[in-house]
Each structure stands twice: as structure tokens, then as C-alpha cells.
Design a protein around this ligand. Sequence first.
Ligand SMILES: Cc1cc2nc3c(=O)[nH]c(=O)nc-3n(C[C@H](O)[C@H](O)[C@H](O)COP(=O)(O)O)c2cc1C
Length: 181
Amino acid sequence: MNILGINGSLRRQSLNLSLLKAAGDHLDQDTVFDIVSLADLPFYNEDLDGDNKPQPVVTFKQRIEDADALLFATPEFNHSVPGVLQNAIDWASRPAFNSPLTHKPTAILSASMSPIGGARAQAQLRTVLHGTLSPVYPSIEFLLGSAHQAFDDSGQLIDETAQARLQRYITGFQEWLARQA
Ligand SMILES: Cc1cc2nc3c(=O)[nH]c(=O)nc-3n(C[C@H](O)[C@H](O)[C@H](O)COP(=O)(O)O)c2cc1C
């Protein structure tokens, strides 16, 4: 099993990046987990989306193609997903309904400093992934509110309740993936 992590934040000290790493620690030992960077993707432009796509786009789409499943972590920006993440999904979503995202199983995490943990961004992301025909793990959402208090300075998830919730979510995600096979 090969799972690709996708973080909606480019920030070096991203709480969502720390959350993705913590989630990776709960995956089965034989699962390969890697986190892809969205930093080199240009803005989506259909003029560039022909036979000679920008190399970062080609690489990104191939990474998704090669993955058995995707694990998203997203901040909430102005009650939605960051443009960086929407842009990456837009690139990956073509050709419509026959793209690397089509029928690709996904799960969603979010971390925010607000008490509601990016709930609105998650709802938006579910709608977007419905549009790309990418099934989302059917579960109660994993939301990490007040996320700036949940990690230590080195990015370790020290909130034990959150750690236990994360473990349950990731275990459930992998059980769901096994049932899809
Ligand atoms: C442009 C911008 C808009 C934001 N809007 C929201 C918001 O609507 N809701 C929210 O909970 N947090 C909002 N935030 C706070 C981010 O969720 C918070 O900075 C989060 O830690 C960013 O994720 P990261 O730590 O992974 O980079 C916003 C931050 C920025 C920079």
C-alpha cells in the first residue's frame, strides 16, 4: 500500500504538515507514506495543460497516479481550502472524470488554530473531491482545533486525546481501504 500525503499549506512550520507526519506514524508498517510538496506547481492555466505540461505538474500527477490512496491535510483559509490546494487539485483533475483523481480513495485531516479545527475547509474539500469522483473515507471528520497548542516546538503531537483520535481515524481509513480492494 502506497499512500501519498498532500498538505494544503506551504508554510515551513505548518501545523497541518506536523499533523500529516503524526498520521503517518499510525499507518501499517508495510505502508509506504510520502508527502508531496505543492510549492513548484504553477497557477492552473488551460493553455499550459496540453501535451507539454510544466514538469512539476507531470511529476505531481504521476505521484497521484502511483498512489493507492491520498491523505489530505488542509488549513482553513477564509472559510475554504487554501488556493494552493485547490490549484493542485485543479491540475490533477484533468481530463475530467478520467484523471489521476478519478476513483482515487482519499481521507481528510485538518488543523486550525480556531476551536472548530477547519471544519468549513473540510466541508469544501469534500465537495471538491465529489467533483473529481474521488471517494472520501466515510467517517466522522478528524478536526484538530486549537492546533497551535497540540504540538511541541519540534512538531510532535503531544495532545494525547488528539493522538488517540488520530490513531482511530487512520486505522479506520486503512480498514476502509482494505475493503475497497
Ligand atoms: C489568509 C488566511 C486566512 C485564514 N482564514 C482562516 C479561517 O477562515 N478559519 C480558520 O480557522 N483559520 C483561518 N486562518 C488561520 C489558519 O488556519 C492557520 O494559520 C493555520 O495554522 C494554517 O495552517 P498551517 O499551520 O498548516 O500553515 C487563516 C490564515 C490565513 C493566512
